[in-house]
Design a binder for this molecule. Structure first.
Ligand SMILES: C[S@@+](CC[C@H](N)C(=O)[O-])C[C@H]1O[C@@H](n2cnc3c(N)ncnc32)[C@H](O)[C@@H]1O
Length: 261
């Protein structure tokens, strides 16, 4: 099995009820979660969109029903969500306009699809990075990437930088007690980002929105608790791990101190 697919089998740190909104109303192709609505807002009008890891296919079906995309490819590595996407597309009468493919990562994309945007959402940042990295041959380089990692944003941004992608937009949003980030990128030539920009997000760091600062206040508390457990641990903790954690705590403390001054 592909490493990325294997990695994604176990839920990451998120336990978002992907199928249900807060108030118990079902989410579907008519009623997307706020997270997917924000992702949808970054899809260029008229795009030919490949949604990799589409699960139920709600994003593509919603965008097509709203007349916002001109063609869609739903890629799924697992049979049950693949069948769910097939059903959503069929029941919405969109089989001619959205192709549903059982495939690993970007292998779902064929040259004839002439894809102009790719979304990879609701997976760990490392999984998204691994999918992009192992399937680089399927990228033309002119597609917009619309990424919504569940954690692991830093390694994903690192990959984007190393492959000449510029981050065009970033968002933080909170839904069902989870903080989500959305990263939009296009290949444009070398863009050097600093370590802190890769960690916090270059545009999020500039903007310092309320949602962003609140997210990092919560993260700081968690990291301080982890550091205190590690320093009291009976077993030796690798020095590098402690160093990285202390570095992050120092960055977050600095960020929050600047914001409150
Ligand atoms: C948690 S769901 C997210 C679904 C949807 N994208 C969303 O954001 O609501 C992740 C989906 O990605 C699929 N997936 C994981 N690795 C994949 C890969 N390498 N190629 C295609 N799909 C993958 C999983 O089977 C699962 O259905």
């Amino acid at each position: 099995m592909h490493a990325a697919a294997r990695h994604n089998r176990a839920p990451i740190r998120h336990r978002e009820p992907y199928g249900h909104a807060d108030k118990g109303q079902p989410l579907n192709e008519q009623r997307l979660s706020e997270r997917l609505e924000r992702v949808a807002a970054h899809v260029p009008a008229g795009a030919r969109l490949a949604d990799i890891g589409s699960d139920h296919g709600y994003l593509l079906v919603a965008l097509m029903n709203r007349g916002l995309i001109s063609a869609g490819v739903a890629g799924e590595v697992a049979v049950t969500p693949f069948q769910a996407a097939q059903r959503s597309v069929r029941e919405n009468g969109l089989s001619e306009r959205i192709s549903v493919r059982l495939a690993n990562g970007l292998a779902a994309i064929e040259p004839a699809d002439a894809i102009t945007a790719i979304s990879l959402c609701g997976m760990g940042g490392e999984t998204i990075r691994d999918i992009l990295d192992s399937d680089k041959a399927h990228l033309s380089g002119s597609e917009r990437l619309i990424l919504q990692p569940n954690g692991g944003e830093q390694p994903l941004r690192q990959w984007l930088m190393e492959h000449d992608y510029r981050i065009l937009a970033e968002e933080v949003l909170r839904e069902n007690r989870f903080d989500y980030e959305i990263i939009i990128a296009e290949r444009s030539g070398p863009v050097p980002y600093t370590d802190q920009e890769l960690y916090f997000g270059p545009l999020l760091l500039q903007e310092r929105s309320e949602a962003f600062l609140t997210k990092w206040q919560r993260r700081l508390r968690l990291k301080q608790r982890t550091l205190s457990h590690l320093t009291q641990a009976r077993q030796a903790v690798p020095e590098e791990k402690l160093h990285a954690l202390k570095q992050q705590i120092s960055w977050i403390t600095g960020l929050l101190a600047q914001a409150s001054s």
